[in-house]
Design a protein around this ligand. Structure first.
Ligand code: NDP
Length: 296
């Protein structure tokens, strides 16, 4: 059975956490007939008031639409829903877009499962918070068969923002997701730590914040420059050699530990920089650490 036999203006959302509710809300706002289901009942009151159809079971939910978007905590959760025999059978010939987050390996495994069961499958990632959904700020990444993406692109467009198809390899979206989460959470961990160190020295978060934003603003051009360095193996430290960078890291460790603040994270980063120096690359820039980690 081809999805062409289903009404393209229908969509099902499985998973009604903050993100699933935002996705379903955007589909409703775009006028799509939207069916919703969640493991724990009662999370759909607002959506039902806005015209969503409540399915009693996941099987009923997926049978209602050509396209099912699943957005739950991880792939253990999406497996628990999609791999129930009756749900899998009902999905045959239909499309699943899995916008739950997990690893590239889980994305590959789920794509293989879908292929075995005649389910058309796109793996996706959402790179912006729930309130961005339905607005121009939302960012979605997709990977999997191009023709499946092209077919469902008009419905996915109801979610707003930018949608990028990263290629046919189903794990590409998850690879980007993991790498970008890596950037985000290490930055957040650095900021949480910085707020604690500043507080210990009598500087409030609000006092520090404008200057922290200044640090964030210098990052975009550095990301681009360092990406080129990492790809090409050109680690010029002419402006800031890693010996100098490591010294500033040591200051952060000392200032933190003087206040009894855990400096494990900065100790780890400093340790990586010192290993690069010990390998004879002290004149290189900090991003030489990428080679240390990937042992290219
Ligand atoms: P959560 O990550 O907390 O996911 C909650 C959803 O997962 C609920 O629907 C919950 O059902 C379901 N769930 C958990 N375990 C199971 C299970 N074993 N079986 C079935 N369903 C299960 O909340 P979000 O909605 O915020 O996130 C959903 C996905 O979106 C995640 O992968 C997250 O990383 C991603 N994301 C979220 C963003 C955000 O701003 N919130 C931003 C970008 C990505 P129940 O209600 O029954 O517990």
């Amino acid at each position: 059975m081809s999805t062409h036999t289903h009404d393209p203006a229908t969509v099902t959302v499985l998973g009604l956490g903050p993100m699933g509710r935002a996705l379903a809300g955007a589909f409703l706002a775009a006028g799509l007939a939207t069916t919703v289901w969640n493991r724990t009942p009662g999370r759909d009151a607002d959506l039902l008031a806005r015209g969503a159809h409540a399915a009693a079971t996941a099987r009923e939910a997926v049978a209602a639409s050509a396209l099912t978007v699943v957005c739950v905590v991880n792939y253990d959760a999406s497996d628990a829903i999609l791999r129930e025999d009756d749900v899998t059978a009902a999905l045959k010939g239909r499309t699943v877009v899995n916008l739950s987050a997990d690893t590239p390996a889980r994305a590959r495994d789920t794509a293989a499962w879908a292929e075995r069961h005649g389910i058309r499958y796109l793996d996706g990632a959402i790179m912006t918070p729930a309130p961005s959904i339905g607005t121009p700020d939302a960012v979605f990444l997709h990977s999997g068969p191009r023709e499946v993406y092209d077919e469902h692109r008009p419905v996915l467009a109801a979610l707003g923002g930018t949608h990028t198809h990263l290629g046919e390899n189903p794990s590409r979206a998850a690879v980007y997701d993991i790498a970008l989460l890596d950037v985000f959470w290490t930055a957040m961990a650095g900021y949480a730590h910085a707020l604690a160190v500043a507080r210990a020295e009598g500087v409030s978060g609000r006092e520090l914040a404008p200057f922290a934003q200044g640090i964030a603003a210098i990052l975009p051009p550095l990301f681009e420059e360092f990406a080129g360095d990492a790809d090409d193996g050109t680690y010029s430290g002419a402006i800031n050699p890693i010996t100098s960078a490591a010294s500033t890291m040591t200051h952060v460790v000392h200032a933190s530990e003087a206040h009894g603040i855990d400096a494990t994270l900065m100790r780890a980063i400093e340790g990586q920089a010192r290993r690069v120096i010990a390998l004879g690359h002290g004149d290189d820039g900090f991003i030489r650490v990428t080679d240390l980690l990937s042992r290219r």
